[in-house]
Design a protein around this ligand. Sequence first.
Ligand code: BJW
Length: 258
Amino acid sequence: MTPEGMERAARILAGAHRVVVSSGAGMSKESGIPTFRDAMDGLWANYDPQQLATEAGFRADPRRVWTWYAWRRERIAQASPNPGHHALVRLQDIVPRLTVVTQNIDGLHARAGSADVVELHGSIHRVKCLDRGHPFDGPLPPYADDQDPQPCPICDSPLRPDVVWFGEMLPKQATERAWSLAERCDAMLLIGTSGTVWPAAELPLVARRHGARVIEVNPEPSELTHAADVFLQGPSGEVLPALVEAVARARSAGASPR
Ligand code: BJW
């Protein structure tokens, strides 16, 4: 992260009217929640996505999938938003309009205080049924790994986490809103995603095609770094507080976005 890059990113955000934050698993890493594709401690380095994040995997062994999600839900419950999440909450009070579009299912943006969050891949805190998608609004069923998932009270099909598995469509309303926001924003802040999963990976490309500046925050270059106007290399829990501080300074100095 160079001082010039930071200055440029701060000027872009300070001059923007509509900001979209597009976040991925790296955003929550400093809250102690593992990413998916980190070579050492990423979830997919230790678990098979075909078994755990597909409908076929769930049908083959629902208990295995429930056990894995129960473990992750517990881990998320014990986690807290990190300085990166808090910095984005501060940013929403500085720029005129800010929406967070996240691939994360952990709910940490909202817990930190982000007011407008679009969840592209669902939420681990919700449950629906496998066959008809009926939402289950009661408290999450108590979990025991020697039991099959509870049946849906309406249609009897097994309950599953309300997240988006591979091969499944993203929720329609969230997708439409995310694409519309990407088309209309002046600046997109792309944080902590490898950019390997579609269609979410298209969002910064859509934003750019419609004239927005893209600022990426990531310790490593991603599949989307080529589309970034500014790449701020580093962990989001360190980069974002410094960036938001610089945006606040630039706004009080009346900076232009160029
Ligand atoms: C830090 C950091 C720090 C580290 N600070 N940063 C077009 C082309 C090719 C394939 C497809 C395509 N269209 C669709 C597909 C298929 C598929 C897909 O994309 N496959 C690719 C993997 C090849 N997509 C789908 O199936 C999607 N559905 C769909 O397209 O429906 C239409 C359709 C239906 C039927 C047939 C055809 C089309 C659904 C995708 C659902 C993804 N689900 C998961 C699991 C969610 C539930 C759960 O959590 O259990 O979503 S997979 C997983 O990946 C999770 C994430 O949201 C998603 C993205 O991962 P993310 O966030 O980018 O994390 P990582 O780990 O990859 O990266 C972390 C980053 O953080 C790294 O860059 C680090 O450097 C960085 N980092 N520390 C900041 N401190």
